[in-house]
Design a protein around this ligand. Structure first.
Ligand code: SAH
Length: 251
């Protein structure tokens, strides 16, 4: 059995209870050494075979899984954050489906949420934005044309950009061209939940300069939108005059 497990954003206690239990039972662990905190491997039992996927190809990862399966072993494939976001998950699952190898997926806390926590921010603020766009700038991996950053920026919604901190000049240009005002709040969150986490608050107009000054070019999320600063409306759910299925509103 192959267990795909989200490791969380970095702090070793931000893995789920289920993920940690699977890690403790695993005979083989394939982990994303470039982004997952090595402290998580302290969960592994003595004798567990450990492979760093950042130095492996897809075929090599699959070969390790297939061998482990043939030997009747349990494998954990440990992904950073949640495996369903920029995790190259599907190609692994499809290859296992083809080979009739059983697997399951345990979700993790995405760095998206680690970053919001670091900022004490809520992406979906009433009166500001009720949508979160999760995207990236096209780099060596292309982004479909209809999802170009410039066109997504037109919505003015809350936005989180993965894999783009090394291209802050272009990010800033595209966000401005799409219609975010230069004074729209923005933030860079480097290594959310790690001991060396850093938070840099800026605006869309100062994003590139702020990143350069802080020396942040990787392992960071770019967050953009009024949710980081703008005035907002309080939630209806907790408004005394608002009736819900659980509480009678009082005027
Ligand atoms: N599946 C992961 C994302 C993997 S893509 C998740 O759900 O978080 C790798 C990118 O994620 C990095 O380039 C960076 O943009 C972001 N990232 C991963 N861990 C991070 C962290 N602890 N803090 C900030 N950004 C992080």
């Amino acid at each position: 059995m192959i267990h795909f497990v989200g490791a969380g954003p970095g702090a070793p206690d931000l893995i789920t209870l289920r993920g940690a239990a699977l890690l403790r039972e695993a005979d083989v662990v394939i982990w994303a050494g470039s982004l997952v905190n090595p402290a998580l491997l302290d969960n592994c039992k003595i004798g567990c075979e450990i492979f760093d996927s950042s130095r492996m190809t897809l075929d090599e990862v699959l070969a390790v899984m297939e061998r482990a399966e043939a030997e009747g072993k349990t494998t954990v494939r440990l992904h950073t954050g949640d495996p369903s976001l920029y995790g190259a998950l599907r190609e692994q699952l499809d290859a296992l489906r083809q080979r009739d190898v059983a697997f399951d997926v345990t979700p993790g806390v995405s760095s998206l949420f680690g970053a919001a926590a670091a900022l004490g921010a809520e992406f979906t603020l009433p009166g500001v934005s009720q949508s979160l766009i999760v995207t990236r700038l096209a780099g060596r991996t292309p982004v479909p044309e209809k999802e170009a950053l410039r066109s997504l920026a037109r919505h003015g919604a809350s936005m989180a950009l993965f894999l783009s901190a090394g291209m802050l000049d272009e990010v800033q240009t595209e966000l401005l061209a799409g219609g975010y005002a230069p004074d729209t709040p923005a933030a860079l969150v480097y290594k959310a939940s790690w001991p060396d986490e850093r938070v840099v608050r800026c605006t869309v107009g100062t994003l590139a300069a702020a990143g350069a000054e802080a020396g942040i070019a990787k392992t960071a999320l770019i967050l953009v939108g009024g949710f980081l600063d703008a005035p907002y409306e309080k939630s209806r759910l907790y408004d005394p005059s608002f009736t819900t299925g659980f509480r009678e509103g009082k005027t």
